[in-house]
Design a protein around this ligand. Sequence first.
Ligand SMILES: [Zn+2]
Length: 354
Amino acid sequence: MTWTVGPLRAAPGTTARGGVPVDLGTTTVELPLTLVHGHRPGPRVVITAGMHGGEFVGVDAAVRLAAALKPDAVHGRVAICPVANPPAVYHGRLDASPLDGVNINRVFPGDRRGTPTERLAAWHVEHLVAGADAYLDLHSGGIDEDLTDFVGYRLTGDPRLDDRARRMAHHLGVQDVVFGREANGGNSHAAAARLGVPAVLVETGDRGRREPATAARLADNVLGLLTELGVVGAGVVEAGAVEPGVVGPEAAPAPRRDPAPPRHRVREWVWAGAVTAGATGLWYPTATAGEDVTAGRPIGRLVDPADGRTTPVISPATGRVFYNSHALTVAAGDELAAIAAPHTEGHRPASAAR
Ligand SMILES: [Zn+2]
């Protein structure tokens, strides 16, 4: 059966690529979308990147995947949207959309009659995510963010669904996996989980950097997961070796690759606390992404530029900072740091008992 999303139509054994217009109420945006419809049946997997501006590694990796995945290697269907939020990606380059000031990853599953960004979130859910067999949302630390690579997922209380999300998270070649104990809130992967779709948040790189080798490694890691999910057969090209827009003899050689990461055991962490700015001012972090912190101890200070008054910012939890604001200037309510604690309890008692 032909797979249709907006004006794109992909019959079995074909790829459809193009722009899909999405009505946001005040304006219409065009989402770049690739539908790879395999010859053979299999799961339907959705990959989005570019939900936020300034997160270039995921966008680059998604474009490489869209170029590398051919229908004869696919068992099932793969949808790839490398720029899921064009206003934020092209015009804002930060988390918030310049259309309405809304961070799309706080409003999923969106609202078809809401603000432009809420409508965009609703479009993604309705046309791509709902009913999918797996969903990956590729992010990075933004231009003003420090981040240590991790994969995130949420627990729903449904042991089968949680096991599938955990397996996905563990097969992305990333050492640190952070889960949340509830699938609450407006994150895309949380909303997907509430709809019964196993979903992961993939965070790679930070500060708006865009090294080709990092994007290539992420593309290959995603391809590894697609193989694990059974949607890609053996013998497919390395997605990371594809240079977007380069064809013919120029396409060789492949970009220099990051050295293969040492094979660590995946370490699981659980979200333990987030810190927001209590006032508008200047932010001087003393603990940044990848560093361990202690509950009750300062992780930085806020300075009022008017009078120089200094307020310590205290860690609410003991654990590790996974991302923090790299911005000097912050507004009241801005997220300054997110902390996860090492997960030590056995984490699959429910399913292991079955
Ligand atoms: Zn993001």
